[in-house]
Write a protein that binds this ligand. Structure first.
Ligand code: MTE
Ligand code: MOS
Length: 759
């Protein structure tokens, strides 16, 4: 089935927040934010701003009737600054006016005074000064110290991976309306409708049932709207609460870049120990996560980093520690992979370092350590249905790694100014929220008396086509024409207490809840049919819009008639399905357990060519064998792989977030922050589904055995970093491998002409 939004998107008919036809007397809000990264004794003067004609009001922290606290995990973040300022771009006031233009003019007239405090911008500085979000966490297995002593080789180094701007096409925004009895309805571009509902209720001092959050779709989220869509919705709600008129608040791109957090930069230190046979015996990492000025989702992201620190490898002795370092940057947040990519970058750097020192290709080490069935992940889960070696083998069959390497050598020997490099990139990604209590979902299904169907779930459509998958589940279970089914908006009054659309688990969680609801309805309808046809219920099947009996004999009774008969017989045609992932658990006191329903595997091979005069490069090809399980929509899933890969390549090669020492975002426009375009994506992308055994394929914990796909393929992009580094090495044997991403053309150029270090 094609994406059900495709036509609407292409014609520009799909609705986003800014497309909502606004009501009469709607007011427009803009946010005034901190010009400094760290200060105290804040005094705000909004009198000049409020005098501008057309300005309704300017709100500050003192206008908040409830709690000025919006932290989701830790209560450490004010909606509007009170006495202290903690980052440039921190919201201080909301200007509400007749038009956006007037609101902006008035915003420029707000005056503040403060006393400046010292600023921390890097994780390392924060650690030195003991500035942390929460206590550090460590996972371990075996005895690293002892085994380092026994290893034949031990290498260590520092790594840095930079942040990443989400750059969703639709910026953050919300539209708030006052309803009857003091209720507020919020249209929000959020991945977490319930988060918005809960926090807006807290800020306004209202019960949750007074806040309704409605989400039609997002113009992209990528994690950036899991937690950080909340403040803007709360601000619109606050203004509506006081003014009784609808209020629209949409950040322009510049404000969005400045005020919102990004992927966390990590500074890390690794130590890796190997034996002569290239088996990794021991691995130790200290991760310093640059969390920004408040917790946001940082502790959860730090946790996922630890879970993915060994990527697709089995290592018997591991110790990892992560510090969430508090700095004076906007609070960093979820971004596709949720800390997993940062973890994988370090183990891949460690392998690259070892390979470089041992003068062998890194893939020899990768291959020698791939996970096998029943290996223990160092957090206690036993690896089941492991596809690491299978994806590697299938890829090798297609591309022949040895021959490829020879071809590259021949090319490099024959070309002085162009050099090629390649790298392999296996991935292994755990599916489930690592916070076990979040792994549940609900779906509400109505069959209307004319046979049409309306579906509500907790899933938010943000381009990943989850609604298409939901529709497929219902269409397949009812065995009816998809045209009869409509996906409703995601709304907290229809489906309550939802977990955010995140962790790639949305289709699994909501899909399984939906499947349960549909199955319950099918069961009811089969009883009605049996009654009508005077046959046993066991023989009844719904098939292609018709009732069938006795092994698929079509009857005279079709879906629409059956539904109408059921309605007339006063059978309930509504069902609410609930699903909670079984078997998962994690014991934080021991840091051991079985946190993931299953893992997603895959292997990529990346080839690049660099221009040794200019330092520029191209990604020639990315060949991937990916474990989709038994994909329920291969078109959608291939789109996810390609999109995620593009984002991974961007993160590793060109997207360079830069803050200066004052905590000012320098890469604050799209002319200074480069995202991948059609020219920087691989010239060729070949994605092959792993199919080993059609019968055993997939995992029952995945909806229809179709594995989660949203985040894992981003991590194939990490291989591009090492492919480029290998090409530099081919030109300049003196080049010392560095683990400092993104590997921009400037860095490539410096690497190409780096001189040997004199001892
Ligand atoms: N694809 C598109 N087009 N737009 C998005 O915002 N977000 C990604 C991924 N794919 C995203 C996307 C992220 S961060 C996640 S966690 C998953 O989709 C969430 O959706 P899923 O659980 O349905 O895979
Ligand atoms: Mo995705 S980072 O889990 O929203």
């Amino acid at each position: 089935m094609k994406n059900i939004d495709a036509n609407g998107h292409v014609r520009g008919e799909s609705l986003f927040i800014d497309d909502i036809l606004i009501k009469q007397h709607t007011l427009h809000a803009v946010v005034y934010s901190s010009p400094v990264a760290h200060a105290k004794d804040l005094i705000i003067d909004v009198s000049k701003a409020e005098k501008i004609a057309g300005v309704e009001r300017v709100f500050t922290a003192k206008d908040i009737p409830g709690d000025n606290e919006i932290g989701g995990i830790l209560l450490d973040e004010p909606l509007l600054a009170e006495d202290e300022l903690h980052f440039q771009g921190q919201p201080i006031a909301i200007v509400v006016a007749e038009s956006d233009f007037i609101a902006r003019q008035a915003r420029a007239l707000i005056e503040i005074s403060y006393s400046e405090l010292p600023i921390i911008t890097t994780a390392k500085q924060a650690k030195e000064q003991g500035s942390f979000i929460n206590p550090a966490r460590s996972f371990s297995m075996g005895d690293v110290q002892k085994s380092f002593d026994e290893c034949d080789y031990v290498f260590e180094d520092d790594t840095f991976s930079n942040g990443q701007e989400h750059l969703y096409l639709e910026t953050q925004g919300s539209y708030a309306e006052k309803m009857e009895n003091g209720c507020i309805k919020l249209m929000s571009s959020t991945q977490g409708p319930t988060v918005v509902q809960r926090i807006a209720a807290r800020v306004l001092g209202l019960a949750m049932h007074k806040i309704e959050v409605d989400v039609t779709r997002l113009g992209g989220g990528f994690g950036g709207k899991e937690d950080q869509a909340t403040p803007w919705a709360c601000m619109a709600a606050l203004a509506t609460y006081h003014l009784n008129t609808p209020v629209k608040l949409i950040l322009d791109r510049h404000d969005d870049l400045k005020m919102t957090g990004k992927r966390h930069p990590y500074e890390s230190h690794f130590k890796i120990g190997l034996d002569k046979d290239l088996k990794i015996r021991a691995f130790e990492v200290e991760f310093l996560q640059n969390s920004g000025a408040a917790a946001d989702l940082s502790p959860a992201i730090a946790e996922r980093t630890l879970f993915h620190a060994t990527n697709a490898y089995f290592i018997p002795n591991v110790k990892t520690t992560v510090h969430s370092c508090k700095t004076n940057l906007p609070p960093n947040t979820a971004f596709r992979g949720f800390g997993g990519p940062q973890g994988k970058y370090v183990i891949e750097s460690a392998i690259a370092k070892a390979a470089d020192q041992l003068k062998i290709p890194a893939w020899h080490i990768q291959k020698a350590n791939l996970l096998k069935e029943n290996d223990e992940f160092y957090y206690g889960q036993i690896a089941e249905k492991v596809e690491s070696i299978n994806t590697w083998k299938k890829l090798n069959k297609k591309i022949n790694i040895n021959r490829l390497e020879e071809n590259i050598k021949v090319f490099n020997d024959n070309n002085s100014l162009l050099k090629k490099g390649m790298a392999l990139m296996p991935i292994c990604f755990g599916i489930s929220f690592t916070n076990t209590p979040m792994n549940h979902a609900r779906a509400l299904v109505h069959i209307y008396q004319d046979g049409s169907v309306g579906i509500s779930t907790g899933a938010v459509e943000m381009g990943q086509s989850v609604n298409t998958k939901m529709l497929q589940i219902a269409a397949q279970t009812f065995s009816i024409d998809p045209e009869l089914i409509k996906l409703e908006t995601t709304n907290t009054t229809r489906v309550a207490n939802t977990s955010p659309t995140a962790a790639s688990a949305t289709a699994d969680l909501n899909g399984k809840a939906l499947l349960k609801a549909c199955n319950a309805l099918v069961d009811r309808l089969r009883h009605v049919a049996a009654d009508e046809l005077s046959v046993g219920v066991d023989t009844i099947e719904l098939n292609d819009g018709w009732v069938h009996v006795n092994n698929n004999k079509q009857t005279e009774l079709d879906w629409k008639n059956l539904v109408f008969k059921a309605f007339w017989k006063r059978v309930c045609l509504t069902e609410n399905g609930h699903y909670a992932t079984p078997t998962i658990k994690f014991d934080k006191s021991k840091e051991k357990g079985h946190p993931f329903a299953y893992h997603v595997y895959g292997t990529a091979c990346i080839q690049t060519t660099i221009d040794c005069l200019r330092g520029t490069y191209e990604v020639d090809s990315v060949d991937i064998v990916h474990d989709f399980g038994k994909s329920m929509n291969i078109g959608v899933d291939l789109g996810q792989v390609e999109g995620a890969l593009a984002q991974g390549i961007g993160w590793m090669t060109m997207e360079e977030i830069a803050y200066n020492d004052e905590g000012r975002l320098l890469s604050n426009t799209l002319s200074t922050y480069k995202i991948p375009d059609v020219f920087s994506i691989a010239k060729e992308i070949n994605v092959q589904p792993l199919v080993i055994d059609a019968e055993k394929q997939g995992n029952d914990m995945a909806i229809f055995k179709s594995k989660a796909v949203g985040e894992p393929p981003l991590m194939y992009g990490i291989g591009v970093y090492f492919a480029i580094a290998n090409a530099i090495k081919a030109f300049n044997p003196n080049y010392q491998l560095k683990f400092h991403s993104p590997i921009t053309p400037e860095k490539v150029l410096m690497g190409l002409y780096e001189k040997q270090k004199s001892e």
